[in-house]
Design a protein around this ligand. Structure first.
Ligand code: HEM
Length: 525
């Protein structure tokens, strides 16, 4: 138990060589920090000996308490040896509460089912996963996100920790139990892990407000491993799956090329059949995790031009002729976005994933889950913008009123909220279909709506990042500090709106595909 001091005791420490402050009932001896304080020495001295919670909250993000102030913590406000009040018999009944509430209850800061609303989609096993991943993110990721983003890379330990927390095995779809190295979050058996557990993991991870961190952890894995899981030989699975899920190796998906992104059928990287091996030549661009990946799931041309001449090969970093260079992008910095050159890379025939010239089918198979992953992340990022804005609007005052008391700010928040909640509800409905609809017709029936929902989520994200940046003003124009998440997310919008099918392609495909399905179902149009 930490040492307790009365408020009177604290007031005695307000000199430059002996300066204490109270923040949220904790007492900090900041004498040795005065000269280092980025906000200046004088403001601290002025607050010396007092409860500075209000001023502290006005100028800092909560991470400052955890990351910097913790070193100066000496105790808490209270009276030594006083018995703790016995609160057991005080039953705090909130007459508005209808169900279990989870999280800090900032309105719309979490999905409605967290905030005690009823939902048909979730049960106790989902709640366990939520608790596990939330604790992991708050303990291991949140305090470091800004530092990792600035460093443009993740430390090796977090990869290992995420794997041990079962996060990697929970974001790649179905995996045979023999390849799963660690228990899944919440101890949920692999056979019971459904689309809603998956949503929770990706959504909770995204609370860190950094696409660079989520992609640095699961960006390559979530799209690079599934082609092997679904179509790879036992040889390839044995080589790759367990090590990637254990965080010992990493994998990425390399489809996009300098000359074309969403136009997959036009890809040019060539794999020439040399009898016992393929000879691969070409370039890949904007490859998430490509900078540090050990394995590359690469789309190559093995046959005729167009859709029917594409195959997937597994390339390994140890193969001569592979060069990766980290690209300078506007966002998602720690995710190691790479430009990759493949020059006369000899790839053994057993590294062919599935069958020759069936690659386009495999790419399509991947797309729906990749797009759902983007929807989950983009919408949580939009929600982070809502949450941050709501919190900030309660502390920042302009023209004598808090931002939240200005109708123009409430109007901004309202438009952000309605889009986030609509997107979330659509995303959940789509996830429910993936559980119940026969797998073989999902690509056709869900392809259109998922494409539209992807565009919906990234436009929501873009809208919310913009509005949050306006609410935060100058704080969202500088990196770090209170506007840290908003500034970063604003830079990261394009990383979600362009890959996995650009908004333009998604909107067009969504309508075309849905019209085709409608016609097939006998729609009278
Ligand atoms: C343990 C106590 C404190 C610590 C560890 C601390 C740390 C920091 C840090 C790291 C920054 C840079 C901005 C950021 O990262 O958020 C900062 C800025 C600042 N701090 Fe503190 N601080 C403390 C207490 C206070 C108090 C009590 C006040 C006011 C009475 C204050 C006023 C400011 C101001 C005005 C800025 C500049 C904000 C800006 O750039 O917009 N700080 N502080």
């Amino acid at each position: 138990m930490s040492k307790k001091y009365t408020i009177e005791e604290v007031t005695k420490h307000q000199q430059a060589d002996d300066c204490w402050i109270i923040v949220h009932d904790k007492i900090y001896d900041i004498s040795s920090f005065l000269n280092e304080h980025p906000g200046g020495k004088k403001v601290l001295l002025k607050a010396g000996g007092t409860d500075a919670t209000r001023q502290f909250d006005a100028f800092h993000s909560p991470a400052v308490l955890q990351n910097i102030a913790a070193k100066y913590l000496i105790g808490e406000v209270g009276v030594e040896n006083q018995e703790e009040a016995d609160t057991d018999d005080v039953v705090d009944v909130n007459p508005l509460q209808v169900g279990e509430a989870y999280g800090d209850m900032v309105p719309f800061g979490d999905p409605m089912w967290y905030q005690d609303w009823f939902s048909p989609y979730y049960n106790d096993s989902h709640r366990k996963v939520r608790q596990c991943v939330r604790e992991f993110v708050e303990r291991e990721i949140m305090p470091n996100t800004h530092e990792w983003d600035e460093a443009k890379q993740l430390p090796a330990e977090i990869i290992e920790k995420a794997a041990k927390a079962g996060i990697f095995a929970s974001v790649v779809g179905h995996v045979d139990a023999e390849y799963v190295p660690y228990e899944l979050p919440g101890g949920v058996p692999i056979a019971d892990f459904d689309a809603f557990h998956h949503i929770i993991v990706a959504d909770e991870l995204s609370r860190c407000g950094s696409g660079g961190v989520t992609w640095g952890l699961i960006g390559g894995l979530g799209i690079g491993l599934p082609p092997i899981l679904h179509f790879g030989s036992k040889y390839l699975k044995d080589k790759v799956v367990r090590d990637c899920l254990a965080g010992k190796k990493s994998i990425c998906l390399a489809i996009t090329e300098p000359s074309g992104g969403s136009d997959v059928a036009g890809l040019q990287t060539e794999a020439k059949d040399m009898g016992d091996h393929y000879l691969v030549n070409g370039e890949k661009k904007w490859i998430t995790n490509g900078t540090f990946a050990d394995f590359f799931t690469v789309a190559v041309r093995t046959g005729e031009p167009g859709f029917n001449g594409i195959s997937f090969l597994l390339l390994e970093r140890s193969m001569p002729g592979i060069k990766t260079t980290q690209m300078k992008c506007s966002g998602v910095w720690p995710s190691g976005t790479a430009y990759i050159t493949l020059e006369d890379v000899k790839v053994p025939k057993e590294n062919l994933i599935g069958s020759e010239n069936k690659g386009f089918k495999y790419i399509m198979h991947n797309f729906n889950s990749e797009r759902m992953g983007i929807v989950i992340q983009a919408n949580r990022f939009a929600r982070v913008c809502v949450e941050e804005s709501l919190k900030y609007a309660h502390k920042r005052k302009t023209f004598g009123k808090r931002l939240i008391d200005h109708p123009v700010i409430r109007n901004k928040l309202a438009h952000m909220i309605r889009q986030v909640e609509a997107t979330h509800a659509w995303m959940e409905s789509l996830a429910y279909q993936t559980i119940h609809m026969p797998a073989e017709i999902q690509a056709v029936r869900l392809g259109g709506p998922i494409a539209l929902c992807k565009a919906q989520s990234t436009q929501t994200f873009e809208y919310c990042a913009r509005e949050a940046a306006q609410i935060f003003g100058g704080l969202a124009y500088s990196r770090g500090g209170q506007g840290e998440k908003v500034e970063r997310l604003y830079r990261e919008v394009r990383a979600f709106a362009i890959p996995g099918g650009s908004e333009e392609i998604m909107l067009d495909l969504g309508v075309r595909q849905s019209v085709k399905v409608g016609a097939f179902m006998g729609a009278k149009m």
